[in-house]
Design a protein around this ligand. Sequence first.
Ligand SMILES: *Cc1c(COP(=O)(O)O)cnc(C)c1O
Length: 355
Amino acid sequence: MVEQATAFKVKKVEKSRVNQLDPENIVFGTLFTDHMLVADCIDGVWQTPEILPYGDIAYNPALASLHYGQSIFEGMKAFRNVADEVVMFRPEENFKRFNISAERMCMTPVPEDIFLGGLNEVLKLDAAWVPKGEDNSLYLRPFMFASDVYLGVRPSYNYRFMIIMSPAGKYYSEPPKVKIETEFIRAAAGGVGYAKCAGNYAASLYPAKLAQEQGYTQLLWTDAETHTKFEESGTMNVFFVKDGKLITPKTSTTILKGITRDSLITIAKDLGYEVFEQDVYVKDIVDGIRDGSVTEVFGAGTAVVVSPFSGIGFEGEDIALPAINSSSVSSILKENLDGIRKGQIADTHKWVYKV
Ligand SMILES: *Cc1c(COP(=O)(O)O)cnc(C)c1O
């Protein structure tokens, strides 16, 4: 899978900081590994990628990405499997999605040997940072931004691609309570909802803050036109269990195509569940929770893996969901996904990549 055609210029740290990592006490996104990858694209030509000690980067105040937001990212994880090897999960899918985001933002695509080869190189170098322990992983953040020094509005000629890595533990300490959002929108048809671009997250902060002030952890977005159909949650796709069947909104240009979503659909089908990718109406789900036919609502994404919701808020009312146990569909799917990643369950779809 990973071509290694590219040579990487490597400058190693003099002394590792890995002793700062306490696998029992990981705070997401605060500690970074010893090294980072930097690759510049100058006038359409990718320069030799460098692996450098993690640290600050200098920027010019007229840096294009700061003003007009040409900036995209990916979120992925490396794990330690039962044989203590470092593995990544479906990294080609992140690579493909990254360049789909790049195309939408009018940015130069990143070559495979820099994206996947680069991940492989930094991971080999910082393998000691991949923490052991259930629910622990090393979060990988490839990203790219416009690096022209220019204030005119046009696509940048120059880009910087980077990879940074940060140890991660469990995302939510307790099941989130989510609010069905019927006023603000995340994405509209023809917009950029399917791209992992920086601006999508900036735009979501204000409605999320209002929801948090009302006591919710997260938002459940509905469609921009009618607010009657579910789309997805903050950085997760969303699934519903109704009469034992798995239902998730079908993807469109307004929904980020999650790799976790795709993996769970495949696993569920392998396990014999009926899976429906379709329009999911708010009313049907709210009625279903009330009459007991909808038993689970959960988010799915790299950061949270599988995250069952404790309840949902709709039009000012809180509707509780039944508690999850080990025979809940979300628990079974998570166990299978974790099992494949950790090498305890056969990887029949060739999803696991050994670094
Ligand atoms: C990243 C992301 C997801 C989940 O995608 P995964 O590939 O499963 O991590 C879902 N929705 C949004 C908005 C995201 O940014």
